[in-house]
Ligand binder design. Structure first.
Ligand code: PA5
Length: 460
């Protein structure tokens, strides 16, 4: 809702002084941290805020650890309009005759696309083409079921038109490679010589198996810039191509992120405060961050945040373990633990202020057989919002610092803003921990052990 001062205010209710949570029209994200600040030591907090400002400077100077991986900032400061248009145009063509796009990737090579598509699915005019994800596990049954589903004709009896987008920067990730081999063989049988028009490879600039296949088999290629790491790659073709094929406006998403980049280059006070706060929580021994949302559309987004934070901060014995939670569903499982278990938690809730649906509770026609007449005619959004407020109140009272990340509405612009906000937040906060946010040396350990057991020659 908009008031006479030209700013937006959220649902008019008491818990977070919501009448005071007002945002400028051009700023669609707000961090509500005030109630959580009671859990932080004020002098440590002050020091951490100063440290966060230094960390941001370090990042901007390009002299911090892992500074060869800052391409996620570069792409927004100097947008490649031609590439955005190429992706959009390719996607438009594909959309005309594709029933299913199978995206094959793991970690940063699929979580971002999935997060955006699931968040904005409700805005798509139809569910066409369907975008399915594989290559992020080695469950044979799931892959078998996917192939069976691809095999099954459409309702009109025609075979489904299938395209595949394999995404791997290294080109050598086992989960993705195995699923891709299985899919490729199916695609070759189904499409014969035309298969090369139906397989899209998103990989690093050079080297690796996928680049060889692009040359040998003539697959279409999108390049992941060398200086962008997997979990920071959603605004490269890694995320943009599947998102565009899903019919989501990638220009708005991308420029939403670019507008947040510009805003945060001018002033990042809230972000620094939040980074300092999380740092203090880590320092005080909090070891779990429950990252949840009452909007099911944001479930996949919480998993993207989980990877972005977890793989960036979890090094050298440091970090807060990020756990995604889908509320109110999970209030009926881990809610007990959040309320009364070990007090080693913080909680971050992603909130969408404007309704994503207008569905209302049907009126009971004067009867009260289910005792719900007090909710007659109310919208699901309003009830869900009160559930959020009740949960925040209860968890704060239970000793859990709760932070709200509030989006004005769920659309491509705001989601783009939120993506860049989280990327920058992660980099600054992890620098503050004194850790390189951009590598993931620990991930190699399971791979080495696995390859040894599998008898691979790559197990050094
Ligand atoms: O963030 C990262 O770098 C990782 O999660 C990678 O995205 C993931 O391991 C997949 O790697 P690749 O794209 O090389 O297959």
């Amino acid at each position: 809702m908009r008031n006479e001062r030209g700013v937006c205010s959220f649902v008019n209710s008491g818990l977070f002084d919501i009448q005071n949570i007002q945002i400028e029209i051009d700023c669609m994200i707000r961090i509500e941290i005030r109630k959580a600040e009671q859990f932080v030591d004020s002098s440590a907090y002050q020091k951490a805020k100063e440290g966060a400002a230094v960390a941001l400077k370090q990042l901007r100077s390009g002299k911090g650890a892992g500074s060869e991986w800052l391409g996620w900032r570069r792409i927004l400061s100097m947008p490649d309009e031609a590439e955005l248009e190429r992706i959009q145009t390719d996607a438009e063509v594909i959309r005309q005759d594709t029933d299913i796009l199978v995206v094959c990737g793991i970690g940063g090579s699929y979580l971002g696309a999935r997060a955006v598509i699931e968040a904005l699915n409700g805005l798509r005019p139809d569910n066409k083409p369907e975008v399915l994800f594989t290559g992020h596990h080695m469950g044979g049954r799931d892959i078998e079921q996917l192939i069976d589903y691809l095999e099954k004709p459409r309702d009109d009896g025609e075979p489904k038109s299938v395209r595949v987008n394999v995404i791997s920067k290294s080109g050598s990730t086992l989960e993705t490679a195995l699923a891709f081999r299985t899919l490729r063989q199916w695609m070759e049988q189904r499409y014969g010589e035309q298969v090369s028009e139906r397989i899209f490879v998103t990989t690093g600039p050079e080297g690796g198996v996928l680049n060889r296949m692009v040359v040998d088999k003539g697959y279409r290629k999108y390049t992941i810039p060398e200086d962008v790491g997997g979990r920071f790659s959603v605004l490269t073709p890694v995320g943009l191509f599947p998102v565009a094929v899903a019919g989501i406006d990638i220009q708005t998403l991308f420029y939403g992120a670019a507008s947040m980049y510009e805003k945060l280059e001018k002033s990042a006070d809230e972000l620094l405060q939040y980074a300092a706060f999380r740092y203090c929580m880590q320092d005080a021994g909090k070891s779990v961050d429950v990252i949840g949302s009452f909007d099911p559309e944001l479930s996949a987004f919480t998993r993207w945040v989980q990877q972005l934070l977890g793989e960036s901060e979890g090094k050298e014995g440091k970090g807060i373990f990020p756990v995604p939670a889908a509320y109110s569903t999970d209030l009926h499982s881990i809610g007990q633990m959040v309320q009364q278990g070990r007090r080693n938690l913080i909680e971050t809730l992603l909130v969408v202020s404007a309704p994503t649906s207008s569905l209302k509770i049907a009126k009971g026609g004067g009867t009260s057989e289910d005792g719900l007449e007090y909710l007659d005619g109310k919208s699901f959004h309003e009830i869900n919002y009160h559930a959020l407020e009740g949960t925040v109140e209860a968890h704060l009272e239970g000793g859990v610092p709760v932070i709200l990340i509030i989006l004005e509405r769920l659309n491509a612009q705001n989601l783009g803003e939120l993506i860049y906000f989280y990327e920058l937040f992660t980099a600054v906060y992890v620098y503050l921990l004194g850790v390189n946010p951009f590598d993931q040396p620990g991930v190699e350990e399971y791979k080495k052990a696995m390859y040894r057991k599998l008898g691979s020659r790559n197990n050094d």
